[in-house]
Design a protein around this ligand. Structure first.
Ligand code: NAD
Ligand code: UDP
Length: 337
């Protein structure tokens, strides 16, 4: 049994953050979620609010935060390219100033701090699969740079706080992860394809669909987070967390159409600038240092995600149906003389 701790999760109302909060509560901890709801959803944490060990505060991490905690997971940051490019300066502020604020908090209370870093550190990688020792191939002035360079700078800050102040840091480089609690309008490929397939809308492949990604189910990832946070002090990362099974985007589209039985057609749209052509984690370090590897295969994870979105879409459809239709509203009667 782990000792009960008070744990801060930034981005707690987001996709990954909400799963992490649930897991930490189930493990018997007290959890404080900080979120500014930029991409987060209140409904992701609604069920947790009745738990006396859970507290949620609306706060932007680019502003300092002072509450005493035992441990910090920093997940706050929009993760979908569509959303992190909407206000690029805000993305950079969240990544860099947010990281500094949380590192200062960790220093003040002398507590461990975990950073949700990303495979985008490797940019459009020239080495495949990607190992942690690879420094990456990132365009520093491109449209994705606010996220990639923001996260790279955050990693630098984490390692400098460790060198200068002996802070206990844990840096995870997360590869594409999917599952329930993604926003239907998140914009990332798995949620887009599933929602499009379920609605019978065209499946939007960007480019020719030969680019690859390696998709990890959320429960596997959260298990990796917990193991990394609770690892020995000298295990700082960076450490790749992801599922090494690699698929083309076209493979994914075909699989989703098959599994949903959808009549959706595939359409091909322009590939976004600097979209990485391939991505697969080398997880040897995670296996050796954490004894971690993913166990949920893509089909199983996709099925759980499809089930989730089916429910979400039917709840949304019922909500629209129950709104009074124009004709049901008592008309205002105008009397003309
Ligand atoms: P998400 O967009 O669902 O969640 C991010 C959460 O952070 C949201 O609730 C959002 O409202 C909140 N947030 C954003 N800016 C904030 C700010 N300034 N202050 C407070 N809260 C803020 O994304 P996610 O997939 O859950 O990603 C969580 C973290 O994991 C991110 O840091 C992301 O970069 C990292 N990551 C995720 C993936 C993935 O595949 N899901 C891959 C690599 C890295
Ligand atoms: N993509 C796509 N159609 C979509 C959304 C994404 O073809 O509707 C592609 C995107 O161009 C990229 C891959 O799917 O090559 C993964 O995109 P996502 O936004 O999920 O994450 P990324 O790995 O690019 O951050």
């Amino acid at each position: 049994m782990l000792k009960s701790k008070s744990i801060l999760v930034t981005g707690g109302a987001g996709f990954l953050g909400s799963h992490l909060c649930s897991r930490l509560l189930a493990d018997g901890h007290q959890v404080l979620s900080l979120d500014n709801y930029y991409t987060g959803q209140h409904k992701n944490i609604a069920k947790l609010l009745s738990n006396p060990n859970f507290k949620s505060v609306n706060h932007d991490i680019s502003e300092p935060f002072f509450e005493k905690v035992d441990e910090i997971y920093n997940l706050a940051c929009p993760a979908s390219p569509v959303h992190y490019q909407k206000d690029r300066i805000q993305t950079m502020k969240t990544s860099v100033i947010g990281a500094m604020n949380l590192l200062n908090l960790a220093r003040k209370h002398n507590c461990r701090i975990f950073q949700a870093s990303t495979s985008e550190i490797y940019g459009d990688p020239e080495q495949h699969p990607q190992q942690e020792k690879y420094w990456g191939n990132v365009n520093p002035i491109g449209p994705r740079a606010c996220y990639d360079e923001g996260k790279r700078c955050a990693e630098t800050l984490f390692f400098d706080y460790q060198r200068q102040f002996d802070l206990e840091i844990k840096v995870a480089r997360i590869f594409n992860t999917y599952g329930p609690n993604m926003h239907p309008d998140d914009g990332r490929v798995v949620s887009n394809f599933i929602v499009q397939a379920l609605k019978g809308e065209p499946i939007t492949i960007y480019g020719d669909g030969t680019q690859t990604r390696s998709f990890c189910y959320v429960d596997d990832l959260v298990e990796g987070f917990i193991r990394l946070m609770n690892s020995a002090k000298d295990i700082t990362g960076p450490i790749n967390l992801g599922n090494p099974a690699e698929f083309t985007v076209r493979d994914l589209a075909t699989k989703v159409i098959e599994m949903t039985g959808s009549k959706s057609k595939i359409i091909y749209l322009d590939l976004p600038t600097d979209d990485p052509t391939r991505r697969r984690p080398d997880i040897s370090r995670a296996k050796a240092e954490l004894g971690w590897q993913p166990v949920v295969p893509l089909e199983m994870g996709l099925q759980m995600t499809i089930d989730y979105f089916e429910k979400e879409l039917s709840v949304a459809a019922k909500a629209v149906m129950s709104k009074p239709h124009q004709a049901d509203i008592t008309p205002v009667i105008t009397v003309h003389n």
